[in-house]
Design a protein around this ligand. Structure first.
Ligand code: MD3
Ligand code: FE
Length: 222
């Protein structure tokens, strides 16, 4: 792919594929060109199931605002973390996963050697400046043979890329608009997080960073 004159001028990184650790593939700028269409699709989801700040079992409210699309959505409340078929705010099923989102996730997974990934859940996280996500593992999906695909839009972030041990000091990885990561195999249960977002304005998302995480969550049948 040729770097367009626009990205050369603004200093945006060129597309590239990098293995950050065993099972972690960073696809730089993978969805930068389609980002406006992705954000339009996210707006249709948010019109039906809005962003909200969920409560964790300790009683604290998360600083990251969240919603979901697809057959299942990740939620937390005082009683714990889980996937549900319905949005607790609307009582209705989560909005369907828009085709541009599904297809992006499948293309990214295939590029990172997961050609059969079909996500049935997409968690949409929205970060305002100062918002962070502390170090955690994703372990509510039951089947860890499927990868997770994450897509970053808008303001840049610093990912905390840990190991399988919570106490190891995580690596700090700068992630920009359009960057896409695939986390599979031995990386599926690593500790990870997001450092506090620096205040800025992005032409497409204004004062926010939006992150999508695509997952394959076990259901009663599959
Ligand atoms: C490594 N989200 O929603 S994406 C999350 O930027 C989450 O919103 C962050 O962690 C965000 O759970 C980080 C990167 C990521 C996502 C899932 C992973 C890394 C992962 C699952 C397993 C291992
Ligand atoms: Fe996570």
């Amino acid at each position: 792919m040729m770097p367009d004159s626009n990205s050369l001028f603004t200093g945006e990184a060129q597309p590239s594929i990098e293995t950050l650790a065993e099972g972690v593939t960073l696809l730089r700028a993978f969805c930068r060109e389609e980002a406006p269409a992705l954000l339009d699709a996210i707006a249709t989801v948010v019109a039906d199931s809005r962003f909200r700040n969920m409560v964790v079992p300790s009683g604290h409210t998360m600083s990251v605002a969240m919603t979901n699309c697809g057959d299942l959505g990740w939620i937390t409340d005082r009683t714990g973390y889980r996937y549900t078929a319905h949005d607790p705010l609307t009582g209705k099923p989560w909005p369907p996963m828009p085709a541009p989102l599904l297809h992006l996730a499948q293309r990214a997974a295939a590029t990172a050697a997961f050609p059969r990934f079909t996500p049935n859940a997409c968690l949409i996280n929205r970060y305002a400046p100062g918002t962070r996500l502390s170090l955690h593992q994703d372990k509510n999906e039951q089947d860890y043979t499927h990868p997770i695909v994450s897509v970053s839009l808008g303001l840049p972030a610093t990912f905390l890329l840990g190991t399988l041990r919570r106490t190891d000091t995580p690596r700090r990885i700068r992630i920009e608009h359009g960057d896409t990561l695939v986390w599979g195999g031995p990386a599926r249960l690593i500790y990870h997080g997001v450092a506090p977002i620096a205040a800025s304005t992005h032409p497409l998302t204004g004062p926010f960073r939006i992150n999508l995480t695509f997952r394959r969550v076990a259901t009663k049948l599959s």
